[in-house]
Write a protein of this length. Structure first.
Ligand SMILES: C[S@@+](CC[C@H](N)C(=O)[O-])C[C@H]1O[C@@H](n2cnc3c(N)ncnc32)[C@H](O)[C@@H]1O
Length: 329
């Protein structure tokens, strides 16, 4: 998934920096990915630490992170995917509101994918409500659907708008294919809360923070993934993009970002804190240095990193991605 702010290509760098800053055996420590998104950073650590904790306020992220640690038997998973892939499409909410020839005229999916998504999503709900699958399997199937949908969405990679004409990948058939899961069983806890609230209730060893750093709001950029995951078909999609109601994250508000960050740092009950933040973000690197230095031993490193690219923008621009490190007093 081409996720906005994804650290997939930075995970190795982040791991090396953390490993070198922590003066203890990683295998004895817990790791918390508090703004987890796709969970790639926490997942990178799952084979190396004692336990992992993920959190994100977006429901799709919660589903994807739950699914990575699902214990569903591989054969059962594969045969269920086969069954779901054979379903005949139906005219449901996703078709009507977000698909070609649907009544709302939004072109997020071609006609057959829109109908197929409705059929698969309806079937998953039925399987769970009739106790044919448990919650663990339910999350795994939902995550599989979200990742499958993302591959055929007719967008420039985020869902705040759809393209006027179907792009090539949007004409491919949506297909449920097995998703990557944990390589090793590890104690894991997944939350779906506001980080500013959750941070007061948890404690651990290593805290990794990757909040949004500008006004790009994930609830609007990925609204359709939440809608497919929740399938709460009784709301009226708003505007051209068919948005659902959401509250803007404080980290996406220029006036609030600095205080919210400082509050997280102060409230956190973790010894080692690492913060990914971009040099073009709402909070300037020098201010972060000040804030973190006042709380303990501080260090910082950075890498040059290509800017987020959607399929519309093809620029080769670079930005500096900072990793601020704090060992709390
Ligand atoms: C830069 S992305 C994280 C990307 C992630 N590290 C990855 O590689 O996929 C920031 C994440 O913070 C989440 N977020 C924003 N505000 C939040 C809040 N107040 N509490 C919890 N999560 C929040 C967003 O939903 C988004 O997934």
């Amino acid at each position: 998934m081409n996720y906005l702010g994804s650290k997939v290509r930075l995970s190795g760098f982040i791991f090396e920096q953390i490993k070198n800053s922590v003066n203890e055996r990683l295998g004895d420590l817990s790791f918390c990915d508090l703004f987890a998104g796709t969970g790639v950073v926490g997942n990178f650590f799952h084979t190396k630490v004692k336990s992992v904790l993920f959190n994100d306020r977006e429901y799709y992220s919660y589903i994807v992170n739950k699914a990575f640690y699902s214990k569903v038997n591989g054969h059962r998973y594969l045969s269920m995917l086969e069954e779901l892939n054979q379903l005949k499409g139906i005219e449901g909410f996703i078709f009507e509101e977000y698909s070609e020839y649907g009544s709302a005229g939004r072109l997020y999916f071609n006609e057959s994918n829109g109908k197929k998504i409705d059929a698969i999503r309806t079937r998953i709900e039925y399987l769970y409500s009739s106790s044919q699958i448990d919650k663990d399997f339910y999350y795994l199937l939902l995550a599989t659907l979200l990742l499958a949908v993302d591959k055929v969405a007719n967008t420039a990679s985020v869902y705040c708008a759809y393209l006027k004409k179907l792009k090539k990948t949007a004409t491919y058939k949506v297909k449920m294919i097995p998703i990557q899961r944990a390589l090793k069983p590890v104690e894991n806890t997944i939350f779906n809360e506001d980080s500013s609230v959750l941070i007061k209730k948890i404690k651990g060893d290593i805290l990794y923070l990757d909040p949004p750093y500008n006004g790009r709001e994930y609830s609007s950029y990925y609204h359709l993934l939440n809608t497919i995951a929740l399938y709460d078909t009784n709301f009226i999609p708003r505007g051209k993009a068919g948005l659902r109601f959401y509250e803007t994250s404080n980290f996406c508000l220029k006036k609030e970002a600095e205080n919210s960050l400082l509050q997280i740092l102060t409230d956190s009950n973790f010894k080692y804190i690492f913060l990914s933040y971009n040099n073009e973000g709402f909070v300037k690197p020098s201010r972060i240095t000040e804030m973190m230095s006042s709380l303990g031993e501080y260090a910082c490193s950075y890498v040059k990193y290509p800017k987020f690219k959607s399929c519309k923008t093809n620029s080769k621009q670079y930005t500096e991605e900072y990793l601020h490190c704090l060992i709390k007093d």
